[in-house]
Design a protein around this ligand. Structure first.
Ligand SMILES: [Zn+2]
Length: 289
């Protein structure tokens, strides 16, 4: 029995398999803040499981989406109407992407930004315990959206609270608000997402209320995947036509004592050293001044 904290929380199973079995078949899980974040950041997980009997993708969204900007058809929608539209869009994505399950935890975003509220961590821990995914995707810790970073921190906390044998084997922090092109190459986890481009576009396209809000997340996300593939140093552009990057958060998940700010700082330090070393190597000697 899965008991989530919010009365309005929902678990949608596209193929109708009963719970908890529907969730227990999960191999890849993405945990994000908002409706559409998973389809932007965790396409690797969705594609890895698409049309497979041995791998299943489950999505978990922490917030209710009610605070989203709105325009066009949705201009006069109340926050409650917006919440319902976004939940409906997320379920459409779950159908299109053949997810094992789509969980909507339905928290106001304030609950995620408030580090003192334990409920989201407990819900996430319970879902991880039932689903036992091998791979978990969440937001990266250098994202510039407070709610995204709040969710990523809750995910790390939830996994750290699990017995070691119940933890996933990998935890990846993915791109939404701020890409990860700045990571030095050896720090990049690069996912090839060249396949099923029309499916990728469909998954991004169902979020009509967001796109109508004046932001072409669909075009931008496909463009970012293309740009990542072409500008990634170690790949032939012809061989890979779409790529997403992630920050490996696995060490943070495995070692509960490791400082999260220090871990993220080390990525930034390696980036800074890379830039400075190139400048030092290519600058003319001082004696020519
Ligand atoms: Zn988001």
């Amino acid at each position: 029995m899965i008991e989530l904290k919010r009365d309005t929380a929902e678990i949608f199973v596209p193929d109708g398999m009963p719970l908890p079995a529907a969730l227990a078949r999960t191999t890849h899980m993405a945990i994000g803040a908002h409706q559409d974040d998973l389809e932007i950041m965790a396409i690797d997980g969705i594609l890895s499981c698409f049309q497979r009997e041995d791998r299943w993708f489950s999505g978990v969204l922490v917030t209710d989406g009610s605070g989203a900007p709105r325009d066009g058809l949705y201009r006069n929608y109340t926050d409650e109407a917006m919440r319902r539209v976004r939940a409906k869009e997320q379920k459409k994505a779950a159908l299109v992407g053949e997810y094992a399950a789509q969980v909507l935890l339905d928290y106001p975003s304030a609950a995620v930004k408030d580090g003192a509220t334990p409920d989201p961590v407990q819900d996430i821990a319970q879902l991880l315990t039932v689903a036992r995914p091998a791979i978990v995707y969440t937001h990266n810790l250098a994202d510039e959206h407070d709610t995204h970073v709040g969710v990523a921190l809750r995910v790390v906390a939830a996994i750290r609270g699990l017995p070691e044998t119940a933890r996933p084997s990998r935890l990846y922090g993915c791109e939404v608000w701020r890409d990860l092109d700045w990571l030095v190459d050896r720090d990049k986890v690069a996912f090839d997402c060249s396949a099923h481009k029309s499916l990728q576009r469909a998954l991004l396209g169902v979020f009509d209320s967001q796109i109508c809000g004046g932001k072409r997340y669909d075009l931008a996300s496909m463009g970012r995947r293309r740009a990542n593939a072409t500008y990634h140093a170690t790949h032939e552009a012809d061989a890979v036509s779409g790529m997403t990057f992630a920050m490996d958060l696995t060490p943070l998940m495995q070692d509960g004592a490791m400082s999260i700010p220090d871990y993220v700082q080390a990525f930034m330090d390696r980036f800074a050293r890379d830039v400075q070393a190139r400048l030092a190597r290519l600058s003319p000697p001082r004696s020519f001044d």
